[in-house]
Design a protein around this ligand. Structure first.
Ligand code: HEC
Ligand code: HEC
Ligand code: HEC
Length: 330
């Protein structure tokens, strides 16, 4: 491209950006519509949006892909899912009956090969390795944070993060542990695990916006559940924040699985004494009742992050819950 042509091209881009959508943005076409054939011209995020993400309806379900940072961080996964066969598990677009054209997949491949540029600008200095994350300007919903951050990095251990009410009411705390680098841990060895900058940024922008449930409505307060003798209340107030991270199917630092009502009930015979609720081994473990061979009070005091002990009042509610036959309250 000559210099003047490049300038004209860039101007066209700016015009289309401030004008009416992307109809003027140059449509990139592969030179002979074959997956492996080279794509002529540079591919940027706007091409990817119009020729892939919007065209194949991805953004209907993955609205976070409208954000450059998120689409860029997921580019290889996007290509991989779109390259599967329709009908195969995990094929995207989900429920779709046809694969994207080879040409459009080639464009996506080219974007990845070029390092997923945001704007088609000639010859940027540096190789972009230490590029800061682009500021995220799209409004973010709980669903996006849930899919892009919590499910990927936290929920195997913190199953309580699956409810909006819980995350909303603990948003600052959740963010602070991520920012301080104390979380996430790796389910493999319980050591500090990696987390991408874009994921941290997504979480931070969302929390700072007041942790709204939906992208298009401002955040509203959500009442936490009061402490009562039901599974759902105990889970939210005690077991979620102080027990499940060590007692679940996925992170068995401790024996028994407290992460779901069903799992809990399966172990009921060993844990509860219905004739004398306070004598239940479950309560014995919490208060370290020596004659039942429980030596460490629960939550375990050796947790790296100190967890609040179960209070006298909480213990009475747990006892009452056992007395009432352990209602789920769900
Ligand atoms: C009808 C809703 C829907 C549409 C449309 C859709 N997806 Fe998905 N997508 C999902 C759901 C639900 C999942 C989670 C289940 C799974 O992993 O298969 C998912 C998962 C994914 C994943 C894996 C996410 C991860 O972090 O592992 C990628 C990548 C993806 N989709 C890309 C796309 C792309 C690209 C398109 C458009 C071509 C698309 N999706 C269209 C619903 C959709
Ligand atoms: C491999 C399991 C694991 C993963 C994954 C994990 N954590 Fe944790 N988390 C723990 C454990 C275990 C503790 C209890 C303290 C300890 O022993 O370090 C904890 C404690 C916490 C606490 C303090 C207790 C509470 O619930 O208020 C917060 C907040 C937290 N983690 C947030 C996160 C966030 C956010 C992520 C994801 C970005 C995450 N964790 C990922 C295992 C995990
Ligand atoms: C930091 C990890 C950790 C946390 C948090 C934790 N536990 Fe434990 N738990 C353990 C370990 C490990 C054991 C095995 C006994 C031991 O070494 O103390 C255990 C044992 C138990 C047992 C005995 C199971 C059996 O049948 O032997 C019960 C019941 C229990 N915990 C309940 C809880 C409850 C309730 C909480 C929250 C209030 C909790 N735990 C929080 C790690 C943890």
């Amino acid at each position: 491209m000559t210099h003047s042509l490049k300038t004209a091209f860039f101007l066209l881009f700016v015009l289309s950006a401030v004008g009416c959508g992307d109809s003027n943005h140059s449509k990139i076409t592969p030179s002979n519509d074959g997956f492996d054939s080279p794509v002529s011209g540079k591919v940027d995020f706007q091409n990817i949006q119009s020729q892939v993400l919007e065209k194949y309806d991805c953004t209907r379900c993955h609205s976070s892909y409208r954000s450059f940072s998120v689409a860029s961080a997921n580019a290889e996964k996007i290509l991989e899912r779109m390259s599967r066969q329709p009908g195969e598990v995990g094929f995207m677009p989900q429920g779709g009956s046809k694969r994207a054209s080879r040409g459009d997949l080639a464009i996506l491949q080219k974007w990845i090969n070029d390092g997923t540029p945001e704007i088609n600008e000639p010859d940027e200095p540096g190789d972009g390795e230490d590029d800061p994350v682009e500021p995220i300007t799209t409004p973010i919903s709980f669903e996006m944070v849930s899919n892009e951050v919590l499910e990927k990095r936290c929920n195997t251990c913190h199953t309580q993060f699956r409810t909006y009410r819980y995350v909303k009411n603990n948003a600052d705390r959740i963010l602070s542990f991520v920012k301080s680098g104390q979380m996430p841990l790796s389910p493999r060895n319980n050591q500090i695990a990696e987390m991408k900058d874009v994921e941290k940024a997504l979480l931070e922008v969302w929390v700072n916006a007041g942790a709204p449930e939906f992208a298009d409505t401002p955040a509203e307060d959500v009442e936490p559940l009061p402490l009562e003798p039901t599974w759902i209340s105990l889970q939210e107030n005690i077991f979620g924040p102080r027990c499940v991270m060590c007692h679940s199917q996925n992170n068995r630092r401790g024996p028994i699985d407290i992460s779901t009502y069903e799992a809990f009930e399966e172990q009921a015979e060993d844990l509860f004494d219905m004739a004398d609720p306070f004598n239940s081994p479950f309560i014995g473990a919490i208060i370290a009742r020596e004659e039942q061979d429980f030596l460490d009070p629960m939550p375990a005091e050796w947790a790296r992050i100190p967890l609040e002990p179960v209070s006298q009042e909480e213990l009475l509610v747990i006892e009452e819950w056992i007395r009432r036959g352990r209602p789920s309250g769900l």
